[in-house]
Write a protein that binds this ligand. Structure first.
Ligand SMILES: Nc1ncnc2c1ncn2[C@@H]1O[C@H](COP(=O)(O)OP(=O)(O)O)[C@@H](O)[C@H]1O
Ligand SMILES: [Mg+2]
Length: 196
């Protein structure tokens, strides 16, 4: 069963598994395209491996075939946070912030923090680590926070402020070194404003 079709991949469900197939992009040079798909598939698999070791609430790896651009992961039942955030923006916001902090403490940057990339099972679980990477830099962590802010502003405009406030509170509570990241976030946001 087809779950989603993104710009990069087709997502299908097969029982308790989800297959993420990164398809060919005709406008890219074939060799470059193949390498990119290969690299992203492997990167997502490796990060899931790391998250599992940490016990972080996320989809779990099953298998991958980098030559085919196929990643097999566990299906998480439940709505995306996008669908249900309005029901409990503060509580869910706090949980999101706390979980982002856990990733950042481990120097994992999600890279695509949106409410479509989170599923509410017994707790919020993160998916879509295709753009994730390791970094110790406050800048990268600040950009990650800026991404979730932008996602909330654009997709949840009625509740985004109360929710985002809790994201930051949750983040602070979980991450002793939050101060320098939040300081950097001010710079990232000023930069964003200057662009417009
Ligand atoms: N492990 C999973 N369990 C349940 N649903 C999933 C899972 N992975 C992806 N999905 C669904 O498919 C959608 C797209 O998957 P995602 O990994 O975010 O790919 P894309 O890079 O195209 O955004 C998600 O927003 C979610 O609805
Ligand atoms: Mg996604």
């Amino acid at each position: 069963m087809k779950l989603a079709q993104g710009a990069e991949a087709i997502i299908t469900r097969e029982g308790n598994a989800v297959i993420k197939h990164r398809f060919e992009k005709k406008y890219r040079h074939p060799e470059i395209d193949k390498n990119l798909r290969k690299y992203r598939t492997r990167r997502e698999y490796k990060i899931l491996e790391k998250l599992e070791g940490l016990g972080f609430p996320a989809t779990r790896k099953i298998d991958y075939d980098e030559d085919k651009g196929i990643l097999k992961i566990t299906f998480i039942k439940g709505p995306t946070v996008k669908e249900i955030l309005h029901k409990n923006p503060k509580k869910l916001g706090r949980e999101i912030g706390k979980k982002i902090a856990i990733l950042h403490k481990c120097n994992i940057i999600h890279g695509d923090l949106t409410t479509s990339n989170m599923i509410l099972d017994e707790e919020i679980k993160f998916i879509d680590f295709g753009l994730s990477f390791s970094s110790e830099r406050d800048e990268d962590k600040a950009v990650d926070l800026h991404l979730i802010r932008q996602a909330l502003e654009s997709k949840h405009h009625k509740i985004w402020e109360e929710c985002y406030k809790e994201v930051i509170e949750g983040y602070k509570g979980e991450y002793p070194e939050h101060k320098k990241v939040l300081k950097r976030l001010e710079i990232v946001e000023a930069r964003g404003r200057n662009k417009h």
